[in-house]
Structures are given as C-alpha cells and as structure tokens.
Design a protein around this ligand. Structure first.
Ligand code: COA
Length: 324
C-alpha cells in the first residue's frame, strides 16, 4: 500500500481572462462562464515547458514531504503535452531534480492521466518495485490549441501538480485503526470514442504535433454517466458509499459536468473542490492542482477520505479513493 506524504503545484505567471479572449476569438465572458464555469486560465510563457512546470511542482511536493530528491526511486509524469516525443518528460524532470537512479516514465491517458499515474505508482509500490514516487500531472495545453477555434481554445490552461507517494511498509501507521493511504482505484478506456476528443497530428501520422479537436456535446453526454459508473465501481472496491467521502476532487473540465456528476452520486456541493474557474481545464494537471489548493487552504486534512475522478480523450476514465 502507499500513502501521500507531500503535495505541490505550479502555475505559469501569465493569467488570461475570458475578457482577454474576447479580443482573440468571437466569444464572450458570459458565454464561457455560463457553459463551463471558467473565468481565467494560466498560460505558459515563451521557453516555459511542461518539464519546467513539472519540476517546480515536484520541488514543492518534495519540500512539503520533507524528502530529498535522492529518496525518490520512481517518477511518473502524466502528460499529453510532453516536451518531446522522447525522452519521456519524466526523464527530463528526473535530470532537472538531479536524480540518476530509479525509474522515470510518462503515462499518456489525456485528462485521466493523473488518476492512471497514481494507480500505476500505487501498484508498483505495493508489489515492492518502488518505495517512494513522484506522481506528477503537467501540461502546456496552450501549445496544442487552435487559437482560431473558439469552441476549444477558451476551455484549457497550463499548469502542473505533484504528489510524493510512499510505501506504508515502514510501519509508520502500524496500529492505526484507519491507516492512511490509497484505498482503491478503478480505470477504464474505450477507444471506439477516440474521434470525439483528440489531437489531429502526431509523429507517425502527420509528423506535426497537431491541434486539439473536440465534439463537445458528445463528450459532455458521455462524461457524466461514465464518471458515475467508475465512481460507483471504486466505491464497491473500497467498501464505501458517497456518505463516507469527505472531499470530491474531480477533473476540472467543466463546472456543469462536475455539478451533474456530484448530484447523481449524492455528494453534497460543499464537499466538491472546484478550481475550474481560475485554472480552466489543465488536463492531467487539474486534479493535483485542485488537491494542492484544498490542502493548502486547510480543507483537506490528514485522515480525510478523498475521492478523485477524471475522464479524458480516448475515452479514458478512472477514479481513486485515498485516506489522506
Ligand atoms: N463563444 C461563443 N459561442 C460559442 C463558443 C464560444 N467560445 N463556442 C461555441 N459557441 C457557439 C457555437 O458555435 C454554437 O452556435 P450556434 O448555435 O450558432 O451553432 C453555440 O455556441 C452552441 O454550441 P454548442 O457546442 O452546442 O454548445 P454547448 O452547450 O454544447 O457547449 C461546450 C459547448 C464545449 C462548453 C460543452 O459541449 C462542453 O462542455 N462539452 C464538454 C467539453 C469537455 O469538458 N471537454 C474536456 C473533457 S476532458
């Protein structure tokens, strides 16, 4: 089993508001807020890469965990906007942190990436393949947006978040009636939906990095039911119900999707952590960014039961329950 020992986040300095976007595409603040809940997003500066945001978030997570980089033996970066096709962004982050041991690799599951990366790290730690991991969600989606397409460019932003996940085999929680740690996870994918949310380029197809394309209404329709299904699965695996949840930290794509999912799951709105208004959709970074916010402002405390959930291109979707 593994437990969260530290958390950190990083956002680019530059903030772009909906009003700023009104000057770029035919849109309005009222339309964007009404359909999505988004008011502003952070956009990476020139020369600011996914690995830079990931490194900043990782350093903060290490500091909050009281760990040195050399104590990390696994780095997983969830990203759909890597610095390069290869090496993995995780390897770049490993080097930026001065780590030369252990293993580092990327997970590609679009907006579900952080949940998938956390489940992967938990599984590797649980079988003894690693002791202490940095699990990072980091994106510069601004680089794959078509800034002439008002139906997509208003929705996304850049950022990174990271957690330090470590083995519970040290016995620190021994004897605790409710030990901290990752309790359960559930993951799904269905590639028959891959034409609904995708990037229209790639090294093997167009030799370009491409731009994000989306059939928004179809994504919306699928998202709510898929979210509910996978969360009900993770409840079953954990032997819990919605009543056991202290905090719901969903992927921050759209406030209407989050509200509808929480309502169907029977989770009270006061338990839902929302950052979509200030961050937009930061894909794999959105959950750790939201977690960091709720930990920093004192809402999420040690021992709280936290439900994570995401859906992304593929479709991929998943959920995890953690005793913080
Ligand atoms: N500003 C103003 N008008 C816009 C606009 C914008 N940024 N984007 C689209 N419109 C227009 C459309 O052109 C359309 O105009 P028309 O009726 O004259 O043809 C109208 O708004 C309605 O478009 P529609 O696509 O039907 O809107 P919608 O209610 O479905 O909302 C989304 C669009 C994208 C907000 C919504 O479908 C959504 O949130 N989908 C899920 C997206 C998501 O979360 N993706 C990430 C998952 S990880």
């Amino acid at each position: 089993m593994s437990r969260v020992r530290g958390i950190g986040a990083a956002l680019p300095e530059r903030v772009v508001t909906n009003h700023d976007l009104e000057a770029i595409v035919d849109t309005t603040d009222e339309w964007i807020v009404g359909r999505t809940g988004i008011r502003e997003r952070h956009i990476a500066g020139d020369g600011e890469f996914t690995s830079h945001l990931a490194e900043r978030a990782a350093r903060k997570a290490l500091a909050s965990a009281g760990c040195e980089p050399c104590e990390i033996d696994l780095i997983i970066v969830a990203t759909a906007t890597p610095d390069h096709t290869f090496p993995a962004t995780a390897v770049v982050v490993q080097d930026l942190l001065g780590i030369t041991g252990g293993v580092a690799f990327d997970v590609g599951a679009a907006c579900s990436g952080f949940v998938f990366a956390m489940a992967t790290a938990d599984a590797l730690i649980s079988v003894g393949s690693a002791r202490r991991a940095l699990v990072i969600g980091a994106e510069t989606f601004s680089r794959i947006l078509d800034w002439d397409d008002r139906t997509t460019c208003v929705l996304f932003g850049d950022g990174a978040g990271a957690v330090v996940l470590e083995s519970t085999a040290d016995g620190a929680d021994a004897g605790a009636s409710k030990p901290r740690g990752v309790i359960a996870h559930a993951m799904r994918s269905d590639g028959s939906h891959r034409d609904k949310l995708y990037v229209d380029g790639g090294p093997s197809t167009t030799q370009t990095s491409g731009f994000l394309r989306m059939r928004g209404q179809e994504v919306f329709r699928f998202a709510v039911q898929a979210t509910v299904d996978v969360v009900e699965d993770v409840f079953t695996r954990a032997g819990m119900t919605a009543d056991d949840i202290d905090w719901f930290v969903p992927h921050q794509a759209n406030k209407r999707i989050i509200d509808a999912s929480a309502r169907k799951l029977g989770i009270a709105s006061e338990k839902v952590v929302l950052t979509v208004a200030e961050h937009g959709n930061t894909s794999a970074a959105s959950i750790p960014l939201a977690l960091d916010r709720a930990v920093s402002d004192g809402r999420i405390k040690q021992g709280d039961i936290v439900l994570l959930e995401a859906l992304g291109g593929g479709f991929t979707w998943g959920a995890a329950i953690v005793r913080w």
